[in-house]
Design a protein. Sequence first.
Length: 645
Amino acid sequence: MGRWLQSPYDPKLDDRFVALFTPHRKFELPRPSGNRPIHPTPFHCETAMQVRFKLVRYFATASLVAFCCAAVALAFFQTRESRLMQSVQDEQARAVQDMQTRLVERAEQSAHRDLLNLHENSNLNLTRLLANALWDDALAPFLAAARSIDFKRCTNAKEAQGSRNGQAPAPGVKECLARQGAAVQALPAFTHLDTRVRNAMRGNTVVKIKLHDLQGITLYSTDLAQIGEDRSAHPNWITAARQGKASSEIAFQERFDTLQGTLEKRDLITSYLPIIDPRAQSTAGVFEVHADISPDLKLIKQTSAGLRKTADTDQAQLAGQSQDQRARVQGSARLHLVLLGALLVLLYTVLHGIVRRAQGVIEQQARESDANRQRLAQSEKMTSLGQMVAGVAHQLNTPLAFSKSNVYMAVQALEDLVPGIEDAQRLLQLASAGHDDTVHPGLPEPQAVRSQLRRFPEDIRMAQDMLGDVLMGLDQMNELVDNLRSFTRLDRSRTASVDLNATLYSVVYIARAVIPTKVKVVERFSELPRLNGHVSQLNQVFLNLIMNAAQAIEGPGQVTVSTACDGPHIRITIEDTGCGIPDEVLSRIFDPYFTTKPTGTGTGLGLSIARDIVTAHGGRILVKTRVGSGTSFQIELPVSTSQPA
């Protein structure tokens, strides 16, 4: 079906005859009486409905969903940003709080360290002064006298009992040390040293002072009960005695005896200070000095508490400022969201207006395009109609001319019988009157009349044969008119029950009147169920495909029209032996306005309209072609076709 030729339309055709062949003009039902509107066929409303769906409903739905998603995303990101800001502020607040806490702790530790160093230096200076002042007349004599007291046997017993590694001495060792301590107190030098020390420490912050020898034995203490104790395992004593370095520590005491009496709940600094022999410049013993630093520590604690309070106040102010800043930022963000939402609504409104305007323009263009398409389709139908009318006129002209000739000849034959009949009638009248033997001038001889009467049956039979041929011609014309009436039938309802075989028979009969005689049309109809459809529209589809198939055959060929029922579908196949359709053309044959016919001979809407009609009936058109062998168009229609909406 490579080229589709069409005969030019003859504008002189009778309008009434043209109307007979174009009942489905514009694919519409006839206009009813009154003011009732005509309902167009489905596919003519399809374009505007699709445009409205795509441009308004689709835009409204898609854009609304998109804007809602954007709003949700913005709200989500804003919430995330607000939470992130709050988290950052909380982390900053915690960092500042930790920093301030560490600062206060470091300040307190520094104060403790400075206080410890200060009192340690003070105690060191004090003990040096004390040692220098008491060395010659009290301290050196006491140390010399104390060497006479044998503490060795007590410490040996302690080592034997395994109590040297931090374990408490056994009761026997303690009693031994206590007896030796009492012996020390009985020394005359002890009383002199005790008097000098107490006098020197009167009015001082030192609350207790001890003297240990190089074996760790307490030789002197303002707390007499502690004389004779073994301090050799104390780390601070080891540092002072073995390394010659001062060592101090701060400890809290619930209750202890001092130079000033019994004290309770005090913070004390205990310093272990080496005693340097001024002559030998070597360590002669270790002073253990206890000084009351409770007022200093109290001041440090008060200062630390003040710093912590200040830090807490600053932290509270910082938290308040952060809260205010967060509230301002959130308020600003909410305002931005509201403004952005208003902008989105405005944008949506503007775009919706633009789309509605575009919809109106496109619908107007669609209506104009549809009108142009219908005009072109009508032009193509009228062109095809001219070709059809010419063929039908030719089909009618042959039996009409034959019948006219036979009727004329029959009339002539009957007219030739009239003179003989009249002569026979007069002779019969004379014979009836008894004048049969009388010769009448002007009358033929009876013998001649008899001879003429003998020829009457043959002449009458000839007239009968000619009139019989006339009846045959009339039957042919009646069959043609019946098929034309079936082909051009108008259905009062939108759909009707259709016998496709009968419909195709009428279409093929009409097509034969148009198709050249060199193209043979073969019918292969199978038994089919009836279906609902628009008869006139289906006629147009079948005629268009049959005409295209015939036009695709350049020489002698064949167009085969076959039907079959395959389960839920009815298949109508129109196959030709033409030149086929090239691949580059096959993909476009259903495109509107596409045609391979010469300019001015086709609109390119035939197959497009055919596909629309078949689609409106719930079916489809399939094409199989082979260049040089022919083309097959197969129409599939559902058996239970509902009324096309």
